[in-house]
Design a protein around this ligand. Sequence first.
Ligand code: SAH
Length: 349
Amino acid sequence: MEVLELIDKLQFTHNISAEEYEFIISHAEQMHIDYAAKKADHTRKEFFGNKVFIRGLIEISNCCKNNCFYCGIRRDNKNAIRYRLSPEEILQCCKNGHELGFRTFVLQGGEDSFYNDEILCNLIEEIKKNMPDCAVALSLGERSIESYSKLKTAGADRYLLRQETATEEHYQKLHPSEMSFSNRMKCLENLKALGYQTGAGFMVGSPFQTEENLARDLFFIQNFKPEMCGIGPFIPHMDTDYNNFPAGTLNQTLLCLSLIRLANPKILLPATTALATISSEGIPLGIKAGANVVMPNLTPVSVRKNYSLYDRKAVTGNQAVENIEILKKQMKAIGYEVVVDRGDFLRNK
Ligand code: SAH
């Protein structure tokens, strides 16, 4: 089958093989990427119309016990200026976001032991008490099933944990030996079993990634059926061992967004900050390629630059919450509308 036929097959069956994903990736030319984006946009409009959901991203701490080889806030990066927001500061960020029309807050951070279950549960309860119409999403890495369960009971609705790569050998090239692929996958299973709206995802063009690896990520998302999927290009960080690897490309990221939308029509799919970082048109192009979520940065400006996962991270322009009006205008200009809504996963539609 040709690339265009495979894209049609994905649109109608939502189910192709890993080999078929690999064929698309390895043969995709501009016209195929544009074709996939058009189909993906059509599919998204069937379920979401022209709505774009916004999530307020709060980067609660850049302290991390892990040492992921690609990540700028890894434990061994002595040049990182570490910070940690207090629960009170985080609550204040949420309140600011609420006034601006945000109804989902994403608390993301390194794996920082300060944020134990008790502190987090109290914080989540406090957010929910103050803003009962909001959803809380966490993105705080690997924790025990007991911990995930307590956080859920405290009111957390969603959890984002990218698998990073669905191929074990590749996972081991990106992470030190004390981290394991099987635990990452187990965590994703546990989150789903506990009833979280669960987000998986991966980097496009990460070091050592082959077309087969990338195809396996797409195949994994198709079959695991997460409610959300975070993908963005890998971008090197100067203080990591992988500082000399090239960044993932705009085109390959856009193609992946479109294929994910076709495989999982109802998925909540952000056009990510990493995409905005490699291209000033990243967010609008991502939306046009099938994404339906944007996550502006609600982190206090004073520490925002320190949450440096990769070089030149976009923390201004349409990625900054102060500029929410710019984002709204940008979306309007391409025919979409930013809405005030929790933007939950559509279960029965
Ligand atoms: N500690 C949390 C949050 C990690 S940061 C966790 O383990 O899930 C959020 C995401 O940023 C990661 O999942 C990773 O995919 C992405 N990221 C990290 N370093 C990156 C880089 N150099 N380029 C692009 N994305 C990166």
